[in-house]
Design a protein around this ligand. Structure first.
Ligand SMILES: NC(=O)c1ccc[n+]([C@@H]2O[C@H](COP(=O)([O-])OP(=O)(O)OC[C@H]3O[C@@H](n4cnc5c(N)ncnc54)[C@H](OP(=O)(O)O)[C@@H]3O)[C@@H](O)[C@H]2O)c1
Length: 246
């Protein structure tokens, strides 16, 4: 297990789950240092007494790598925890595809930009900063529907395909950083269906009790992360900490 983090980097910080994770981290440790990345301007978490730095950046763009690298250079040590919450399921004109015929290149590529490249670019920005002895816990919010082994339903082509790419990135990162760092853990985690803008259009068909508040999901995610150690690296985790098949 890692020590309680002193500095956490939260990416996609304006999202529903990300905001709740920020609040949960502050609830557990008011003087934590929070570094946030978002396309927006960033908001201070009520009750937070620690340092907070924000960078407005679009992580889906390649030039974000240099901007984030520069931002992180201001700090003598890399963050102890990195939690990347970026993800996309729908926009005003696109949603999950029910069949192959509905899958179009543009939406697939946009899904890959947000579900995969935002995580790749952040990893690339952090990469050169990493120090062999510095502990690092990295968690990317992924999705159970990005598990190939778990897929019994089909559909949702763009979301599933892009999350599969993210999952492979996480597995690769766990191997590369596992060789370079003495003390690292790199995981993908499924938050469970959570009441945020991302799940809004799909909430009506859920079984009772299967839609979780962002506060609850954040609490569960932080609980799981607090229990992880280097031996857990390279996994896709369910919100209760159990392992999902890739
Ligand atoms: N909610 C669920 O039921 C559910 C279930 C399974 C998995 N997940 C995963 O959990 C994560 C968080 O989801 P959420 O429910 O909190 O969704 P959300 O409220 O819609 O937040 C989405 C996040 O993605 C980022 N984002 C969206 N478009 C982007 C773009 N073009 N470029 C860069 N960043 C972009 C946003 O960052 P900014 O701060 O820049 O706005 C925001 O943090 C996602 O990876 C999602 O796939 C959610």
């Amino acid at each position: 297990m890692f020590e309680q983090p002193k500095t956490v980097l939260l990416a996609g910080a304006a999202g529903g789950i990300a905001k709740a994770i920020g609040a949960e981290l502050v609830r557990r440790s008011a003087d934590i240092t929070l570094l946030t990345l978002s396309r927006g301007t960033g908001e201070r978490v009520p009750g937070h007494t620690g340092e907070r730095r924000h960078l407005s950046v679009s992580l889906d763009q390649a030039d974000a790598i240099g901007s984030v690298e520069h931002f992180l250079c201001e700090f003598s040590l890399p963050p102890h925890w990195v939690i990347n919450c970026c993800g996309l399921l729908h926009d005003k004109t696109h949603g999950p595809e029910k069949s192959l015929a509905q899958c179009g290149d543009n939406w697939l590529m946009q899904s890959i930009r947000v579900n995969l490249l935002t995580h790749l670019h952040l990893a690339q920005a952090l990469d050169r900063q990493l120090q062999r002895r510095q502990p690092l816990l990295w968690a990317s919010l992924s999705a159970k529907v990005g598990s190939i082994g778990d897929n019994q339903m089909g559909g949702w082509y763009s979301y599933r395909i892009s999350k599969v790419g993210l999952n492979m990135l996480i597995r690769n990162l766990s191997i590369e950083w596992g060789r370079r760092l003495e003390n690292s853990c790199v995981v993908a985690i499924h938050p469970g269906t959570t009441d945020t803008p991302l799940s809004k259009p799909f909430q009506s068909n859920l079984a009772p009790g299967k839609l979780y508040s962002a506060v609850l999901s954040a609490r569960r995610i932080v609980d799981v992360l607090e229990q992880l150690g280097p031996a857990d690296t390279g996994q896709l985790l369910f919100w209760d900490g159990s392992q999902l098949p890739w």
